[in-house]
Design a protein around this ligand. Structure first.
Ligand code: NAD
Length: 334
């Protein structure tokens, strides 16, 4: 299968490319990525000489360039997005442009070139806050809380409309919060690991009571691959670890400190509910499990692997942290 991956230089996209090339010797990948602050070709060093892999720098909003890159592919797996909640609150323009206009352009190109399959990568954040003990099903209410999740919800709606209006052969995945190798250290797990490694504070918001359904990135990628190969056109699939018992951000922080070997005094409590951040997410992933998928990594094992990866790849995250990210980091975390 020849797959065009949008946003393949980002966190999940690069993990997906590694996994596909490793698992399917006959597959080919075209990675189409604009290389925004979150895109990092260093994530793909290991495959850049693989003849089955090619990279095209381009914007998903650029129809002609996307068409050129997508000619002849069997599927598009669409990861490209602006993906950080806090950034979307500071400024939402790029979120609307990439997540909404960009997704419509991807849909148009799928139609124009008659590409047999589109997998649109969405998020459990489109469901908004979920009260315990409820879980979000694929047909649960869409109730986003931030410009990021609203723009993702908007992109889902465009894909659904394209399926209904034009019978576009699309599917949607809604994954829960990911962690693992190559995650930009603005998100909580890599931020806390790298801060702990360098004896910097871990800013823990609102007592750390928030709950996420943490999904190891390799499990998310295998879920997306299951949808790509076995999913039913027109359907939506949740991808969540369905952790039980659930863990709070405070528990997560303690686990990270223990794995890095640092003391709890590094935790810096920050008060005041963060705007746009939900208290709890929880997914029901039974529909995807019925296709034969299941998560393979527990949170304990996944965190252990992730801490080890950041310890062994200090060069990677130091280069990321020393760039424009540093300015953003100071502004946001003071
Ligand atoms: N990170 C998570 O926990 C999570 C969970 C569920 C779903 N998702 C979804 O998965 C997808 C990937 O998330 P991620 O965490 O890997 O994001 P990321 O921010 O690490 O990567 C996004 C990639 O998209 C590229 N990109 C941005 N704008 C572009 C444009 N206009 N044209 C082409 N490329 C562009 C960036 O350069 C980057 O490489 C997103 O759609 C996100 O909403 C993420």
């Amino acid at each position: 299968m020849k797959i065009l991956v949008t946003g393949g230089a980002g966190f999940i996209g690069s993990n997906f490319i590694h996994q596909i090339l490793q698992q399917y010797p006959g597959d080919e990948i075209v990675n189409y990525d604009l290389l925004t602050y979150a895109g990092n070709l260093e994530n793909l060093k290991r495959v850049e000489d693989d003849s089955r892999y090619s990279f095209v720098q381009g914007d998903i909003c650029n129809r002609e360039a996307l068409q050129d890159a997508a000619r002849g592919v069997d599927a598009i797996v669409h990861f490209a997005a602006e993906s950080h909640v806090d950034r979307s609150i500071y400024s939402s323009d790029e979120f609307l442009q990439t997540n909404i206009i960009g997704t419509q352009t991807v849909i148009d190109v799928v139609r124009e070139l008659q590409i047999p399959k589109l997998v649109h990568i969405s998020t459990d954040e489109v469901y908004g806050d979920v009260k315990a003990p409820e879980k979000s099903h694929e047909n649960s209410r869409i109730y986003p809380s931030s410009p990021y999740s609203a723009a993702k919800a908007g992109s889902d709606m465009l894909v659904i409309a394209a399926i209904r209006t034009h019978q576009v052969p699309a599917m949607i995945t809604r994954g829960s919060n990911n962690y693992g190798p190559f995650q930009f250290p603005e998100k909580i797990i890599p931020l806390f690991i790298t801060n702990a490694m360098t004896d910097n504070y871990l800013p823990l918001y609102d007592g750390g009571t928030q709950i996420r359904d943490w999904l190891y990135v390799a499990d998310h990628c295998s879920g997306i691959d299951t949808v790509l190969r076995k999913g039913k056109i027109g359907e939506i699939y949740n991808i969540g670890a369905e952790q039980y018992p659930e863990i709070t951000n405070e528990q997560l922080t303690h686990m990270i400190l223990e794995l890095v070997g640092k003391e709890k005094h590094l935790i810096k409590p920050v008060q005041g509910l963060r705007p746009g951040h939900d208290q709890r997410y929880s997914l029901n992933a039974a529909k995807l499990r019925a296709l034969g998928w299941q998560p393979s990594v527990t949170i304990e094992e996944g965190l252990k692997r992730t801490v080890q990866w950041y310890q062994e790849n200090q060069d990677w995250w130091e280069r990321v942290k020393s760039g424009a990210y540093q300015e953003y980091y100071k502004k946001h975390y003071r």
